[in-house]
Write a protein that binds this ligand. Structure first.
Ligand SMILES: *Cc1c(COP(=O)(O)O)cnc(C)c1O
Length: 359
């Protein structure tokens, strides 16, 4: 068996130890004679998996007691609809447009309420995160929405913006569990799990309990946060295998030393790669330095033919999925938690070799 260095933006590389543990238990989970894939979501065994996954996420992210953790099918995209439907009160929400996902969230919300763009970096190809002051947001908005890490453009917020007490909603799909964050600064955090946690098809929603509106009979049952909260994410059959896998990743990260430790590792990995790019005479980062993502590293040579050649040749060295998103081209190395430091070093060695041969 030979595993490649997978720099895919998502679904993406998962920790090898967890994949192996899951494999070991695939036919017979902990001696119960069946796979988690085959298990009733009402069984004693599954119940333990479910509860522990929640508890361990709470511990990892230091989620306060006044927040609810929900596991929901449908990925982050379904949350683009669920959020406006659930949080709507005055019927207004403000959006920071920092990339394609942020824009999709905005367009979806605009179907259900008065969605307004607070600031956008679209005119500059989303190469930076616009600065904001609290007056940039409407005081009577139900929430302000940001995309904390822009997967396609390789930018990220270094801190949450001041929204003047308007509830902050943050899409953390591509940087959840990559570093410590202060959950208290957000009223709702959501993330599709396929970038840093588990197989695709599920979202984690971390919502302040007082944001959950009761008796909202006007919204689809599955999208109703109150229903999921009331039923501990077991109103219907949950994405049980994803929850199990996520739980294994949470345990793995806790054993590693938690988010303090993973943050140190991620900072070191990103620095290696950005330092190389900054010193390179061939590769460039199009992203404003202070807004660089530590998860998705976007770079270009400035010559499309060379970019293509780089991506093709990298593949033959076992360095795969390095093309930029189809909407922007160039290269992107997604270096999520599960990408090893060794993988980064292999990539840098190859970039260096390519640079020498392509002056
Ligand atoms: C991948 C991604 C999404 C979409 O996730 P799905 O689970 O495919 O719906 C949304 N937001 C961000 C920031 C992403 O990276």
């Amino acid at each position: 068996m030979s595993r490649v260095y997978n720099f895919s933006a998502g679904p993406s590389v998962l920790p090898e130890k967890v994949l192996k543990d899951v494999q070991t238990n695939l036919l017979d989970y902990n001696g119960c004679g069946m796979s988690v894939l085959e298990m009733s979501h009402r069984s004693k065994e599954y119940s333990k998996i479910h509860t522990e996954a929640k508890q361990n996420l709470k511990k990892l992210m230091v989620i306060p007691d006044d927040y609810e953790i929900l596991f929901m099918g449908g990925g982050a995209t379904l949350q683009f609809s669920a959020i406006p439907l659930n949080l709507k009160k005055n019927g207004k929400a403000d959006f920071m447009i920092t990339g394609s996902w942020a824009k999709k969230a905005y367009k979806e919300a605009a179907k259900f309420l008065d969605a307004q763009v607070a600031k956008s970096s679209e005119d500059d190809n989303f190469t930076f995160i616009p600065k904001t002051v609290k007056d940039d947001f409407r005081l009577d908005a139900d929430y302000v929405h940001i995309c904390a890490n822009n997967t396609i453009y390789g930018t990220a917020y270094s801190d949450f913006p001041d929204t003047n007490n308007v509830p902050l909603v943050a899409d953390l799909s591509s940087n959840i569990l990559s570093k410590k964050i202060d959950v208290n600064k957000c009223s709702l955090i959501y993330a599709g799990v396929q970038k840093n946690i588990a197989p695709a098809g599920m979202a984690i929603v971390i919502i302040k309990k007082d944001m959950i509106q009761q008796d909202r009979d006007d919204i689809p049952t599955y999208l109703n946060y109150a229903i999921h909260a009331e039923n501990d994410s077991l109103y219907n059959t949950p994405p049980a295998f994803q929850i199990y896998f996520a739980g294994e990743v949470f345990k793995y990260l806790l054993d590693l030393g938690g988010l303090d430790e993973i943050e140190k590792i991620n900072m070191r990995k990103a620095k290696l790669l950005y330092d190389f790019i900054d010193e390179s005479s061939l590769f460039k980062s199009p992203v404003k330095e202070e807004d660089r993502s530590i998860m998705n590293v976007v770079f270009v040579t400035g010559d499309e033919t060379k970019d293509k050649k780089f991506i093709e040749e990298a593949k033959t060295e076992g360095l795969v999925q390095l093309s930029g998103h189809r909407s922007i081209g160039g290269m992107r190395a997604s270096i999520y938690n599960a990408m090893s430091e060794e993988g980064i070093k292999k990539l840098i060695d190859f970039m260096s070799k390519f640079e020498k041969g392509n002056k």
